[in-house]
Design a protein around this ligand. Structure first.
Ligand SMILES: *[C@@H]1O[C@H](CO)[C@@H](O)[C@H](O)[C@H]1NC(C)=O
Ligand SMILES: *[C@@H]1O[C@H](CO)[C@@H](O)[C@H](O)[C@H]1NC(C)=O
Ligand SMILES: *[C@@H]1O[C@H](CO)[C@@H](O)[C@H](O)[C@H]1NC(C)=O
Ligand SMILES: *[C@@H]1O[C@H](CO)[C@@H](O)[C@H](O)[C@H]1NC(C)=O
Length: 800
């Protein structure tokens, strides 16, 4: 047997162009080709990829030589049966006079060892064949007309993503991931099983049917488990089923599995929905029996509910009474006999109880009680259907008929097979109809099975109902509750729901406590006056106000000195006044937002800042005008005297006032409880009302600031009193920088920190203006009074 089961893995199913003498490129495989596990030549070729081994070991990589072969171990008889079923169906069609008459059908079956990596190699080999030179040119003709496989969704995704660009049809017998329904991504994918879309929803209905509204959920961390669980959770929410926990793990993560077991042990939910592949279920089962966690009601999916590998002497105490959806059994006459006897006889030319006994297959036969294993042929019938679907589509492409035979000359392209598969509709010999819907899947038909003990104490998967999506509404789902046996022999289903009937969603402003038995109010978050951040911000605000007062006092005391007089004292005092307001307006941002504080916040901020910048703008214009005025023959000062200065400040500010009034009148800001961003807290914030209003206010300030900056920049080299223009340029630079950095912080996630950032921006820009414009003058007034003379002022101007 070993020569069959030994995996033949070679390096390099890659293609390369070589150049021959006559300059025709030759398509060649780099490295050695990969050989199929089982194969037979035929005119029509069908490929297969199954994980006949389920474990793979990667020898350590030295990176100094060609990596050695991967070793596969642990024979998976279930998958091996799939390969056998494939051969059975092919031989049956080969013999048939009706289907593909006189056309021999061959097969190539590869083993992927349960790994997506080896899967990839198998796919390459299926497409390229095992000849070293693939042909004179890379024609794109694949070695097989269609591929059957694989069992797991993740490997199937690898398979169909790879073959997709070459339009080679892939038909899976058990990959149920809803993700494979996307026609755009998988245009040549078909399956003789339904997508999980139906099963996940049916699971939620099943749980709901028994009144189990408090359940736990566990899934394989794979495409299959994650997609299926996502659909289940959405359906469960619709049905009003509460999910206590959702946990996931992958077969390669034992630590995560231990965590899952711990969660199950601590949880109160007695019903567990397991969206697991049978490998993960096996691992979980092992751990649960080890920890004596029994008596739970498991709800299973088609991947494990009828998996005979789960039936062990101890497993019934954990899984007894489990309910779940199973792929419908199909009675295909002859298949059982073939699987048990005929296959071994024909493949290995041996017969039991004859002169050449099946020595070679002996070890495999003994590996497991093979004969007992065959009763659950659920997926095998899907393989049977898949092979027949390929045969029927080729039959129609080759225009076969019983009397005329087939048009053997037609060169069949993979895409023709895909198109033909979309149309097939046939009946297999047990009377079941087969066709593919527009996503390439079969219609959803499940049996509801229940783990029970038979009269002989063996574990049986007893059918207790069915789900058939093709039936009219109301007849789709039928359950015979009286036939169900519950875990630990309980007689009623509602034994599991002691504390879950009153499970309900907490009101919006509440969330559940740690034990999930009461609703507690969510924390309300806003920037408090009493918290450290609030106190700090208030301190800096008041410090700014104090500083402004001190400067104003210094200016007032020295109001007759040249430096104050020369710097248009009226504008300076107005600027100091508006800076005080700027500082103070930051206080409106702290504390619980109310209707008034929300309206006040942005409008007060908008108006005081515009007032402030208009003053600075006025000062800048004065500097520009003053320079003009010194030129002979110009009388510019007349055009921008104190009256004009006042008027311009007033008109700039009035525009902002009008914007604010419009904003408040049309759609004013209002306090808002934001519950969308965090589960456990409510953010109390001021909604903008009209975002247009907010950005108009901010934009107008920005416009004035930029204008001011540009003018000051132009004037920065003009001779003026104490380089006022330079100071203004610098202050505007700071101002713009602060507000530009504020915008990204503002539009990102909301919360009290955003408010704090806004206050910070207000304070930083106010301090910036205060220091840049007034500090140099205060310095001269207080520390260098000898410079504060008319003579010096004049001299400075003249020297320039
Ligand atoms: C198909 O039938 C031909 C003879 O008609 C035979 O040589 C070939 O081995 C058969 N193939 C399979 C897969 O049974
Ligand atoms: C499980 O139960 C068996 C007997 O009932 C006992 O021997 C074993 O120690 C238990 N294991 C644990 C982990 O509790
Ligand atoms: C399957 O069908 C055969 C005849 O077609 C019948 O003898 C057999 O009892 C059936 N088996 C089951 C399990 O229905
Ligand atoms: C099939 O082949 C056999 C023998 O080669 C021949 O007698 C028969 O007519 C063929 N049938 C068809 C439908 O071509």
């Amino acid at each position: 047997m070993s020569h069959v089961i030994t995996l033949l893995v070679f390096i390099g199913p890659l293609l390369a162009f070589g150049s021959s003498e006559d300059e025709t490129p030759i398509c060649q495989i780099l490295g050695s080709p990969e050989f199929p596990l089982l194969s037979k030549e035929g005119v029509v070729m069908i490929g297969g990829a199954f994980s006949i081994h389920s474990k793979i070991t990667q020898p350590p990589l030295s990176f100094t030589e060609k990596p050695t072969r991967l070793t596969c171990s642990s024979v998976n008889l279930r998958e091996f049966r799939f390969a056998q079923t494939m051969i059975f169906a092919i031989e049956e069609i080969n013999k048939s006079e009706f289907l593909l008459p006189n056309i021999s059908i061959g097969y190539r079956i590869y083993d992927n060892c349960g790994s997506t990596f080896t899967s990839m190699r198998a796919v390459m080999a299926l497409m390229n064949g095992d000849e070293r030179a693939v042909g004179k040119s890379c024609s794109g003709q694949s070695a097989v007309h269609a591929i059957i496989g694989e069992s797991e969704s993740s490997s199937t995704i690898v398979l169909s993503r790879t073959t997709g660009p070459f339009k080679i049809p892939v038909i899976s017998h058990s990959a149920t991931c809803e993700c494979l329904s996307k026609r755009k991504d998988y245009p040549s994918f078909f399956r003789t099983i339904a997508s999980d879309l139906y099963q996940s929803r049916a699971l939620a209905q099943l749980v709901k049917h028994f009144g189990w509204t408090w359940v736990g959920a566990i899934n394989s961390d794979s495409d299959y488990g994650n997609n299926g669980m996502a659909i289940f959770l959405a359906a469960a929410q619709e049905e009003g089923v509460c999910v206590e926990y959702t946990e996931k793990f992958h077969r390669t993560e034992p630590e995560k599995l231990m965590k899952v077991v711990e969660v199950i042990r601590k949880s109160t939910a007695r019903v567990i929905v397991g969206f697991l592949a049978h490998v993960e279920m096996n691992d979980l089962l092992e751990q649960l029996s080890l920890h004596n966690i029994t008596g739970l009601q498991f709800i299973g999916v088609e991947a494990w509910i009828t998996a005979d590998s789960l039936v062990t002497p101890t497993s019934f105490s954990v899984l007894g009474g489990s309910l779940g959806f199973a792929v419908q059994k199909a009675n295909i006459s002859g298949l059982e006999d073939f699987l048990i006897k005929d296959f071994w006889e024909t493949e290995f030319n041996c017969k039991e109880k004859t002169e050449t006994p099946c020595k070679e297959s002996q070890d495999l036969m003994e590996l497991k009680d093979y004969d007992d294993d065959v009763t659950e042929l659920r997926y095998s019938s899907n393989i049977y259907k898949a092979i027949y679907a390929v045969a029927h589509s080729l039959h129609s492409i080759l225009k076969c008929s019983k009397s005329q035979g087939c048009e053997n000359t037609v060169n069949v392209t993979p895409w023709q097979v895909v198109e033909s598969l979309k149309q097939v509709h046939f009946t297999i010999k047990n009377g079941e109809q087969v066709w593919f819907d527009n996503t390439g899947a079969a219609v959803a038909r499940y049996e509801v099975v229940n783990w029970q003990r038979g009269s002989d104490d063996s574990v049986q998967f007893k059918p207790v109902g069915y789900y058939d999506a093709s039936l009219p509404l109301g007849q789709k789902f039928v359950l015979k509750t009286e036939d169900i046996v519950w875990p630990r022999g309980k007689t009623e289903a509602n034994i599991f729901i002691d504390n879950s009937n009153d499970c309900h969603k907490c009101p919006e402003e509440y969330w559940s406590n740690e034990n999930r038995d009461t609703c507690i109010p969510k924390n309300v978050e806003f920037l408090y006056f009493t918290e450290v951040m609030g106190i700090l911000l208030v301190f800096f605000t008041l410090f700014g106000v104090l500083l402004t007062f001190i400067i104003a006092t210094v200016f007032l005391i020295n109001k007759d000195t040249p430096i104050v007089r020369a710097n248009n004292s009226e504008l300076s005092f107005l600027l100091l006044f508006s800076l005080t307001l700027c500082f103070l307006c930051s206080l409106t941002f702290i504390g619980r937002p109310t209707q008034w504080s929300c309206m006040l916040r942005h409008t007060a901020f908008g108006i005081t800042f515009v007032l402030c910048i208009s003053c600075v703008l006025g000062k800048t214009i004065v500097v520009l005008m003053a320079f003009r005025a010194t030129l002979p023959g110009s009388n510019m000062m007349k055009w921008f005297g104190p009256a004009q200065q006042r008027l311009s400040v007033l008109s700039f500010t009035v525009i902002q006032v009008i914007i604010c009034i419009l904003w408040l009148a049309i759609n004013p800001p209002f306090p808002f409880k934001n519950m969308n961003h965090y589960k456990d807290k409510i953010i109390l914030e001021c909604a903008l009302g009209s975002p247009v209003g907010f950005w108009a206010v901010l934009g107008y300030i920005g416009l004035l600031a930029v204008l001011c900056f540009l003018l000051a920049f132009l004037a920065r080299k003009l001779p003026d009193n104490f380089n006022e223009a330079k100071c203004i340029t610098f202050s505007m630079l700071i101002f713009c920088a602060v507000w530009i950095t504020f915008i990204p912080a503002y539009v990102s996630s909301p919360g009290k920190f955003t408010v704090a950032v806004e206050i910070f921006a207000i304070l930083a820009s106010s301090y910036g203006l205060l220091f840049c414009i007034f500090a140099p003058k205060c310095f001269i007034i207080v520390l260098k009074p000898e410079l504060n003379t008319k003579k010096h002022l004049m001299g400075k101007t003249e020297s320039n």
